[in-house]
Design a protein around this ligand. Structure first.
Ligand SMILES: Cc1ncc(COP(=O)(O)O)c(C=O)c1O
Length: 269
């Protein structure tokens, strides 16, 4: 599924391994939309169907389970795993780096269905076989112990301080709703990128209708202590990331700033 920057990369590298068929292509829509399950052709004959559940750069989220029964589903959940409750059962393989919601960079979480561990992969060196890592309890090579330790602390915080994934999901939903509301209420100033049905709770991407104002707005935000709102270098514009560690107070501070900026832009005409 080609839904944005990160799935494009996956497809590019998958082509080194074999033929790739694009089951859904979001390029013509400028990566504003996400596929619905009904939009996809049958993929049962494919080795697997791959998608990115949250396109971090475009701020587009796939909310439906893709692929009919019998499809092998492989999903990159790097930027939304553990941001809300979700069922892992329908997936064959889920992978996610840690550095968005789980912990520091250096750890990658892989959840694989047992049935795939016995598939023969004699052509691969042992370190590239998931079976090796399962058999050695993630200790086949020297693991990044400090990053794993911090990830454990984050998971404890999520369970004991936040109150679990349901509570985290509610907090994340409120944070995103607050920012999207500012964009929708000030649509004469801001242009939200994602189609409302595909809006990510993790990354809110948007532009100023008057693009010349982008750099000065980012500078004023920094002066107000709001850093890191520039869009990804490939897309430009603005991107607000609302990962688990971002508090509701921070989201509120940014929303108030964006409201004040919209009023000021209108006054300037
Ligand atoms: C959805 C997604 N997949 C993959 C990556 C690449 O991650 P890494 O830099 O840890 O390889 C990113 C990076 O932000 C991402 O957002």
């Amino acid at each position: 599924v080609l839904s944005g920057y990160w799935s494009h990369k996956s497809i590019t590298y998958a082509r080194h391994e074999g033929p790739v068929r694009i089951a859904w292509d979001g390029r013509d829509g400028n990566y504003r939309c996400a596929p619905r399950a009904a939009d996809l052709p049958a993929a049962r004959s494919a080795a697997y169907l791959h998608w990115v559940s949250n396109e971090t750069v475009e701020g587009v989220a796939v909310s439906e389970l893709l692929g009919e029964g019998g499809t092998t589903r492989v999903v990159d959940m790097s930027s939304d795993l553990l941001s809300r409750p979700m069922s892992i059962a329908p997936f064959d393989l889920v992978y996610a780096h840690a550095q968005k919601n789980l912990g520091p960079a250096g750890v990658t979480v892989v959840i694989i269905h047992r049935r795939h561990l016995d598939e023969p992969h004699d052509e691969l060196p042992p370190i590239l076989r998931y079976r090796t890592h399962v058999e050695h309890r993630s200790n086949y090579n020297t693991p990044p112990v400090f990053a794993i330790y911090v990830t454990m602390l984050v998971l404890r915080w999520l369970r004991e301080t936040v109150g679990g994934l349901h509570a985290m999901g509610e907090i994340n939903r409120r944070k995103a709703a607050r920012i999207y509301r500012v964009l929708d209420e000030n649509a004469d100033v801001y242009d939200a990128h994602a189609d409302p049905a595909a809006r990510s709770l993790m990354n809110v991407t948007f532009r100023l209708r008057s693009s010349a104002g982008t750099a000065p707005l980012i500078a004023r935000a920094e002066q107000a202590g709001l850093v890191g709102i520039a869009g990804h270098r490939s897309l430009g514009g603005l991107r607000v990331s609302l990962y688990n560690a971002v508090t509701e107070e921070s989201a509120e501070a940014l929303a108030a700033f964006l409201e004040a900026e919209a009023h000021a832009a209108r006054r300037r005409g």
